[in-house]
Design a protein around this ligand. Sequence first.
Ligand code: UDP
Length: 235
Amino acid sequence: MKYKRILLKLSGESLMGSGIKTSIDHDVLEQYAAEIKAVRDQGVEIAVVIGGGNIFRGGQAEKLGIDRVQGDYMGMLATVINAMALQSALERHGMYTRLMSGIKIEQVCEPFIRRRAIRHLEKGRIVIFGAGIGNPYFTTDSTASLRAVEIQADVVLKGTRVDGVYDKDPEKHNDAVKYKSLTFQEAYERSLNIMDMTAFTLCMENKLPIIVFDMNTPGNLLRVAAGEPAGTLIE
Ligand code: UDP
């Protein structure tokens, strides 16, 4: 394996699967758990940040007459729901896990404590970071970057439904060209939408590589963790 400690970022929306009948799809959970297990079985230490967009985003709050900060906390709680679902799936697949939250929810999970998170990883547990960083006006992409820096991960793996970074939106343009790799500077100058600026800058300033890859292709997570070319590497 090329990477010894990875931080995997999954979006909340990806949990819905293609059916969009339910906010959390059973088959997606099973697939993600199997993918994560395959990498864990190779001895890789794995931390996961999962978003909440399938349930609630702070950006939706205003049009519902909900205060933005209140909405952001609703979004953070949504990520905890997703994290709990993923935790159950991982445990069903025989993995040891810990859910650590950015806001205190004592009956459900541990608070995030950096040293403890690292210890869990060293013991082979999959650590899921829920509730973002615990502050409004941030995203789970920023959470992924920050937690990755804090736990000294080797790389942030951003699992999406597209297989990398393109020069334009591949879902809208047939002639979109995929980048195999990019420097942070190139991605910035070309205004490529990889992560929000806060998340992107944290990775850039801390020289933490990002790989954007298709999480829905079976075996891809293992390929990426092994350093095989899949997706786009930004370093
Ligand atoms: N959020 C927040 N602070 C954080 C992380 C998340 O306020 O540190 C809120 C924010 O409102 C965000 C929502 O939680 O819209 C869900 O996260 P996100 O939109 O990043 O989820 P994803 O798009 O990955 O599903």
